[in-house]
Design a binder for this molecule. Structure first.
Ligand code: SAH
Length: 239
């Protein structure tokens, strides 16, 4: 049974977009995942075929109507979680991504304008997810980001089994830097240890690099990494 992605948006032609290429594109052709891009406009109401209306309480912009969203969601709802892409959501993290990848798939609701009437989000118990602290013009590109992150984790999508294990975030650290040929490029040499063939020394150097970059760029990730490791050590010594 393949992992199922359904998107509900005003621009279904944006899907699968970049996910029709490379790793995700091949996996789509192989049936490892499937894509169903629905058009919110199909559920428009009234003689003007509206999907949005002015916000109660006033203010700029328009809000996507609860009745229109509900009609679109009801048509596809099943055992999959319904996710709203919104800057107000909980942050998309690698652990959230792997949990979603292990499930049956996702139904993604892409906002436009000011967003979606909150009542349908609550009535359907949707999960609100943000891809970062900035504002996009629509939820479609955020949905593509979420799908990309999930699809590469599906069994059979990535080549080497380990390529998903030893990378940024999987151990709570940012990844170490990479180098390839030529060993000398424009007078810049590759770090000596990488040419040594000493696997233990290479692993130690990589961990040291990952630690340094995480401390410097993402102090909050480093703090979380430290507290997780303390918990593990405490658990280990207790048993
Ligand atoms: N007025 C809203 C922003 C609306 S942006 C606010 O201030 O919160 C229009 C749509 O783009 C949103 O409904 C959402 O679906 C999408 N979007 C914008 N930024 C996003 C982000 N960081 N993560 C996920 N979706 C986002």
């Amino acid at each position: 049974m393949s992992w199922r992605a359904t998107t509900i948006s005003l621009f279904p032609e944006m899907f699968p977009g970049p996910l029709g290429h490379s790793l995700a594109g091949r996996a789509l052709e192989e049936g490892i995942w499937s894509m169903d891009a629905r058009n919110l406009r199909d559920h428009a109401t009234g003689k003007h075929r509206n999907v949005d209306d002015a916000p109660f309480g006033g203010g700029a912009g328009m809000v996507l109507r609860a009745d229109v969203i509900e009609a679109a969601v009801a048509e596809v709802a099943d055992d999959r979680p319904v996710i709203v892409l919104t800057p107000r959501g909980v942050p998309l993290t690698q652990s959230r991504v792997s949990a979603l990848a292990e499930g049956p798939g996702v139904i993604l609701l892409c906002g436009r304008f000011e967003g979606i009437d909150q009542r349908v989000i609550e009535a359907r118990d949707m999960t609100e997810i943000s891809i970062g602290d900035y504002v996009l013009s629509g939820g479609e590109s955020a949905a593509l980001v979420l799908l990309d992150a999930c699809i590469r984790l599906l069994p059979g999508v990535m080549g080497a089994a380990e390529s998903g294990v030893e990378e940024s975030f999987s151990a709570g650290l940012l990844e170490y830097p990479h180098y390839t040929r030529p060993a000398d490029w424009c007078g810049r040499a590759v770090p000596e240890v990488l040419l040594s063939g000493n696997h233990a020394a290479i692993a130690a150097w990589r961990l040291e690099q990952a630690t340094a970059i995480t401390k410097q760029r993402r102090p909050e990730l480093w703090a979380a990494h430290l507290s997780t490791n303390t918990v593990l050590q405490t658990k280990g010594s207790a048993s």
